[in-house]
Design a protein around this ligand. Structure first.
Ligand code: ZN
Length: 276
């Protein structure tokens, strides 16, 4: 705990941290008593993180069945982009193997991406002919005010310093541009309870060998705080539909329905649209 108290919350600068749910969702999961932000501590180094996103990380998603399901997922998300702006320059941060950019390009957008995984960058070039920058957004060389739309699809929770990356995104966004960000919801009580029911224990938010190294665990409240701290104005808050497995899709829809009825933000994933 002494080490953690030398840190400052990336949202509210408090250093008053406590173990989240008494460690039930992982012994490395803390929350800030000042603003409620939930995070993993300690966070792996940048080099360690880069190593995690190798071929084995992506191999599951690039199977023919997953690809088929993921086209539907990304088409749905691309339609959200179309509602904001029909043409323009898109930057997808942490674009992975590039299927979203491929779909956007076919819809007529100019596309750019950043991705730290060398495997994913090569796959994107080979499969879709799209060259994306094999770098983090902070180290990219785009000019300020270059983009109409910047997207973060389930990326912010993987970042060691998301506020620095979001500040950079704000710099790169045109004055009338849109930031679109989706993250898992730490308050997704319905899915977490389904998990407990099926497995008999809490769903861990992070373990040292997690396939998905999530370092921050946002709620609608803490994500909005973070965006505002980085100079954005949030204009829309809703659910993101991220599941592709048919069983989890059902649970995701139930969670969304319960959230609608109760007025609570208990859906699985959060989607926010923001402007400068
Ligand atoms: Zn805080």
């Amino acid at each position: 705990m002494s080490q953690i108290n030398s840190e400052k919350c990336i949202v509210c600068a408090s250093n008053n941290f406590r173990l989240y749910l008494a460690g039930a969702m992982g012994e490395e999961i803390f929350y800030c008593a000042g603003c409620g932000l939930v995070f993993t501590h300690p966070r792996p180094s940048r080099d360690e993180l880069k190593k995690r996103y190798d071929e084995s990380y992506y191999s599951y998603w690039i199977t023919p069945l997953q690809q088929k399901r993921r086209v539907k997922l990304w088409m749905g998300r691309a339609k959200i982009i179309q509602q904001l702006k029909l043409k323009g320059q898109i930057l997808d941060v942490g674009c992975g193997t590039g299927l979203f950019l491929h779909i956007c390009q076919k819809m007529g957008y100019s596309v750019c991406g950043t991705e730290i995984s060398s495997f994913a960058v090569e796959y994107c070039k080979k499969e879709y002919g799209i060259s994306v920058d094999n770098t983090s957004l902070e180290d990219s060389r785009f000019k300020p005010e270059s983009f109409d739309i910047i997207t973060f699809w389930h990326v912010a929770e993987h970042l060691a310093w998301p506020q620095k990356v979001l500040e950079k995104a704000r710099e790169l966004l045109k004055s009338e541009g849109y930031l679109v960000i989706a993250v898992p919801n730490v308050e997704s009580k319905i899915s977490h309870n389904f998990y407990r029911l099926l497995r008999g224990r809490y769903c861990p938010l992070y373990t040292a060998d997690s396939k998905e190294p999530h370092l921050f665990h946002f709620s609608t409240k803490t994500l909005k705080f973070l965006l505002e701290k980085c100079g954005f104005r949030v204009i829309r808050i809703t659910a993101d539909f991220a599941q592709v497995d048919p069983r989890w899709k059902v649970i995701e829809r139930i969670a969304f329905g319960v959230s609608k009825i109760t007025g609570k933000d208990w859906y699985d994933s959060i989607l926010m649209v923001a402007k400068k």
